[in-house]
Design a protein around this ligand. Sequence first.
Ligand code: BES
Ligand code: ZN
Ligand code: ZN
Length: 498
Amino acid sequence: MMKITTSGKSLSDINEDVLIVPVFEGETARDGTLAALDRLTGGTITRVFDSGELDGKYDRWVLLRDVETMAARRLLLYGGGSADGLDSLRIQRLAGAAIRTLADRGARSVAFLLTKNIADAASAQAVVEGAILGQMNGGLYKSNDKPKSQVEELCLVSESANGVDLDRAIEAGRCLGEATNFARSLGFEPGNVMTPTALAGEAQKMAEREGLECEVLGEGEMKRLGMGALLAVSRGSQEPAHLIVISYEPADAGSGELIALVGKGITFDSGGISIKPANKMEEMKYDMGGGAAVIGAMQAIAQLKPNARVIGLVPAAENLPSGRAVKPGDVVRSLSGKTIEVVNTDAEGRLVLSDAITYAISRGAQVIVDAATLTGACVIALGDARAALMGTDQRLIDELIRAGEQCGERVWQLPLDDEYGEMIRSEIADIKNVGKGTAGAITGAWFLKHFAGDVAWAHLDIAGTAWTEEKKPYIARGATGFGVRLMANFVLNRAASS
Ligand code: BES
Ligand code: ZN
Ligand code: ZN
């Protein structure tokens, strides 16, 4: 875990291994902090700009060594792009990329200068989140690669006073960043390791650590309750399914509304009998990204202690074909009593979520937000920049959009008109689990809407955002933890405004 501190030290006294100084487009060695650094370094900053090596463009950087007039000795000038339109996401990416640039360069402690464009508390929080996310790497099971040297201490150097607001923002950033990395660490694991049982174990360990309640329902209990949809998905696998239930009930929240966060926890999705093509099937180990995000969000909530009642649910199962597997055309009875024609066994996420949503309602949930790597159609529509958002309550949707903008987990609302709902009418049962192939992200959401009923509900399709295919300057390839901060921020904001 990265240790994070603040300081108001002067530039020459900052004594971390490296001082990171963001540089934005249009800035010169005659501006503010850069001018001060230029004086301290005997005109080196002027020479760097003159050389054309640095222009403030994002991801362009210069590392100065042996700066004798500064205790830090090394200075990383890192391009942050245009100073206009700097938002949380851009600041996170700047901090993440700067930290990744220093990986394996023997920098144990770094100072990050909160220059005038990023001097407020929200920017400081973004720096912390970005640095924590940037610091994490994949490659878990490589025997010979020595682990990259990591930054262990981050000191935010603020030129203005170190207010309470700044400390609070940094603490929030630390909790949210760590929780996101925790969720990512679950997503990085291969399917043979991160089975439904292992996922439940991780949730239980986290709950114990953070003082949360965690129950794990096994297949016997789920069968007794009548969770025919969830169990149908798991039938083909040797790995037993679990329903993970984590609760956060602060004493002072009394009997306020209960918010349920529900995450798809398919630890491997082969498609089942409607089997997927081999190409890229290995990526389906991250089909538990929504579940991981819920577990991570519960960790952040436990640490940041909003005045709200929250229950996190993760239906965890493995979707495999076998002689026992659910087959196309099978009809199953869900916990809600609604019957489902399983036309395509690869549309399994909505099956496990439907029973989890009904269960959340039976536990008293008045607000439900689910996150799921639900459809390839969502990836086609929005790629990896935004998740799709749909739901029955516009106030809830607007709150989620705002929470996402705040932390850089951007979403885009799609419609849920009745015409789309008609696409999943079944001839034999109450509904079927797939439409006719068009509007796939929307029909997936419509399926879930049947189970949410009158409860305020919103669905995040994170199929495109839960995983990053190629490594980026600011983040390693792999699981992104998308949804952790969005859901946690949503709960924090709602608790603060009620
Ligand atoms: N887990 C997949 C969705 C997915 C696809 C996630 C690509 C991430 C990347 C989901 O279970 C699935 O297979 N959905 C089907 C639904 C279809 C059969 C209606 C899909 O999108 O093809
Ligand atoms: Zn599937
Ligand atoms: Zn799936």
